[in-house]
Design a protein around this ligand. Structure first.
Ligand code: NDP
Ligand SMILES: O=C1OC[C@@H](O)[C@H](O)[C@H]1O
Length: 398
């Protein structure tokens, strides 16, 4: 059967929009996907039409793709099947609502929203309108993540009892973002380590301890946490969470997880990912280790009590060197011949449209909501507030 063409609209033209769109335009057959193809039919910038034109050119979009100088115009385009929302966290709620109101399916960047109330409202709206909605936690869709989850569901690790998970960076925020306006540390853009990077620490905890359970037996964790604030702006620069996932005693009892995130202190200190694993999933029969960066890991080690050691590397098929980050965190970190890995989440969204599914398979909307609730609780315990205009569920212009 001929592949179904899915027509994307790109909302915002910043760093990740560029990385994602380049990956989107990589031929899916290079990763053995034959059911769908992707194209970009439009992009919008809130600053100007010329910025959107420049963006389309930079990602080698088809010449027929339309450039808009406002998000409102983009969502009215009848040719767009699905919108990829790539604005800062602060704007996701308003931008996704704009799309849903216009009847568009949506793939929205992480963190899904600023708080759980906003996520709940988006989910209700998508369900009422029978539209597809997915949080773009790309890591969940990597073959490496599928392997990790299968190491648990197949019983290879035995009964899983504990998970450590860290996503941190070795930066100097005062030097890197001296004016305090960058989205990473700006409270008006819902900055801070938790929402931007801690979401990946939680992703590994949840995709191993929660997603692997049958839906009816998934239970939200209890949380105890500590936050160190970044004094110049008041967002969090280091957050540590201890999560207890309740499990019946006859199934092994409670599971503990430690999820950490920091701007300054990391176990990927030289950025090469060789200092040691940043995720350790520990069971009665062995341990699965995932090397950093855990948002885009390419290396795992499985060590079993029976003496087995399974080392694996996970290449990212794609267009070639230089297709890496465009977000100010360093140049393309892809090896020759690699993509960046964002195409797998795009494939999932496209396949869902073809199959009539309204959610992604590897992170349900209910799970995105539970994770937002965990982050709300961490913020509540530590007095981490954002301005009301970005916490609200009212429809307001930002
Ligand atoms: N999955 C991943 O690996 C990554 C995900 N992200 C996520 O993607 C989102 C965007 O991050 P990133 O691309 O790095 O951010 P950038 O700052 O590079 O881009 C954000 C874009 O959003 C638009 N925008 C609209 N309103 C504002 C505003 N008030 N301030 C700033 N930008 C605004 C702008 O586009 P325009 O002018 O065209 O409207 C801007 O270029 C975040 O949610 C982040 O967490 C980020 C990096 C990696
Ligand atoms: O999503 C992300 O992944 C990579 C990080 O460098 C970046 O801060 C973050 O937004």
């Amino acid at each position: 059967m001929a592949p179904k063409l899915i027509r994307w609209g790109i909302l915002a033209t910043g760093g990740i929009a560029e990385t994602f769109t380049r990956d989107l335009l990589v031929d899916p057959t290079t990763r053995n996907v034959h059911e769908i193809k992707h194209t970009v039919v439009a992009a919008a910038s809130s600053s100007s039409t010329s910025r959107a034109q420049e963006f389309l050119k930079s990602v080698n979009a088809p010449s027929s793709a339309v450039a808009y100088g406002s998000y409102e115009e983009l969502v009215k385009n009848q040719d767009v099947d699905i919108v990829y929302v790539a604005t800062p966290h602060s704007h996701h709620y308003q931008n996704v609502m704009l799309c849903l109101d216009a009847g568009k399916n949506v793939l929205c960047e992480k963190a899904f929203t600023v708080n759980a109330a906003q996520a709940r409202k988006l989910i209700e709206t998508a369900r009422e309108k029978n539209l597809f909605l997915m949080e773009a936690v790309w890591t969940r869709y990597f073959p490496l993540s599928i392997y990790a989850r299968e190491a648990i569901t197949s019983g290879r690790l035995g009964t899983v009892t504990r998970v450590y998970s860290d996503n941190s960076s070795a930066q100097d925020p005062e030097k890197q973002w001296p004016d305090g306006k960058h989205r990473m540390i700006n409270p008006d853009l819902a900055g801070g380590a938790l929402l931007d990077m801690g979401i990946y620490s939680l992703t590994w905890v949840f995709q191993t301890l929660y997603t692997t359970q049958p839906p009816h037996s998934r239970k939200a964790p209890r949380v105890v946490s500590s936050v160190k604030k970044y004094l110049p702006t008041g967002v969090d620069e280091m957050t540590t969470m201890l999560l207890t996932f309740p499990r019946d005693a006859d199934l092994g009892g409670d599971i503990h997880a430690i999820a950490t995130t920091s701007f300054r202190t990391t176990n990927n200190v030289d950025g090469t990912g060789t200092a040691g694993p940043a995720v350790r999933i520990q069971g009665t029969e062995g341990e699965l280790q995932v090397w950093p960066p855990i948002y885009r890991p390419t290396r795992t080690r499985l060590i079993l009590k029976d003496g087995t050691t399974e080392d694996k590397s996970w290449p990212q098929p794609g267009p070639g060197a230089g297709s890496g980050w465009h977000n100010g965190f360093g140049g393309g970190n892809n090896a020759e011949g690699e993509g960046h890995g964002m195409f797998w989440e795009a494939d999932e969204a496209a396949l869902a449209l073809v199959e009539g599914r309204k959610e992604g398979r590897f992170e349900s909307l209910d799970e995105s909501l539970v994770i937002m609730e965990v982050m709300d609780e961490v913020r509540r315990q530590n007095g981490l507030d954002y301005p009301e205009k970005i916490e609200t569920t009212d429809r307001i212009p930002l």
